[in-house]
Design a binder for this molecule. Sequence first.
Ligand SMILES: NC(=O)c1ccc[n+]([C@@H]2O[C@H](COP(=O)([O-])OP(=O)(O)OC[C@H]3O[C@@H](n4cnc5c(N)ncnc54)[C@H](OP(=O)(O)O)[C@@H]3O)[C@@H](O)[C@H]2O)c1
Length: 322
Amino acid sequence: MLAIRIDDFGDPSVLKLEEVPDPVAGADQTLIEVETAGVNFGDILVRKGEYFGRKALPVIPGWEVVGEALTADPDGAFGAGDRVVALLDGNGYAQRVAAPLRDTVPVPDSVSDQVALAMVIQGATAWRLLENLKPGQSVLVSGAGSGVTHLVVQLARLRGAGEIAVVSSGGEKSERVLELGADLVVRSEGDDTLQERLAAGLEGRRFDLAIDMVGGETLQAMLRQLRPGGRAVIYGVAGGEPAKVNTGALLKNGLTVSGLWLGYSEGWSLREIMAGLFELVETGKLAPTLGPTFPLARAGEAHRAVEARTGVGKVTLDCRNP
Ligand SMILES: NC(=O)c1ccc[n+]([C@@H]2O[C@H](COP(=O)([O-])OP(=O)(O)OC[C@H]3O[C@@H](n4cnc5c(N)ncnc54)[C@H](OP(=O)(O)O)[C@@H]3O)[C@@H](O)[C@H]2O)c1
């Protein structure tokens, strides 16, 4: 089969289409003939050798695929030949994958490959970030161009959130999150510090929940906008710098800071979350922002599109027509 393999870490040119051996399904796995693979921000970090330390080379990147299951689920969740979507432990930029049964989910006919893929990592992350949100609670989110943010804003609205504010680096991205249901946007770029900009832009508002994937100065500034007893959930460090957290302020204000990573699989079920997400998609209540689909061989261009930060939406790879 054909797959995109990384033999050296580096820029997008290291993503090379190669003939590689077919995967073999282990216990508790099914083989999937891949139609479309999802591209994620984390794939960029894998390619650069920066994802939670370097993975051993060679690497086939990619954590989510949609395609045809070649064997049935023993518990009856899907049959052989059914269209399924799966969350993987890597090796997704390929024409065939071995996927864990418990993270393989049937896709409703009315849901496109691109939408199904946007529901896996981005959708499940957004769902889990809001798990403990109570109606009326206010939310402050970083990253107006992020696919996860676009789903967080819509899901928070559906769950009866109070005010939703988004920290944004750019004009069109700001308009998009306002269309999706955010109440206000604060620009992250300017001459003064982010802390000063947030304080001015939010005009004294305090938030129950801060959701951050930038880290560094952004998270530090967002923590200052929490009300006493508020919570922050961190799910990424896209800016590359972890934040220095003032533990004294956490103590004094009774704040909680926690991390969320989908790779930590205890205590949640992808199948249950996907069922909830697909229901919202099918009833027209939730719609991810979709970006371009590239042939598998052009995975490098797909990575450039994600790295450009132009807010293009969910980027995918066509593995049927590589
Ligand atoms: N913990 C988990 O399990 C999990 C799951 C999914 C995603 N993530 C992480 O969450 C983040 C967003 O994922 P996504 O799928 O929504 O990605 P995405 O749609 O590609 O959006 C990327 C986001 O990262 C921001 N960004 C990129 N480079 C940046 C930089 N140098 N400084 C500041 N911001 C930067 C972008 O900012 P702009 O808005 O300004 O363009 C954009 O909001 C990524 O860091 C990803 O690794 C984590």
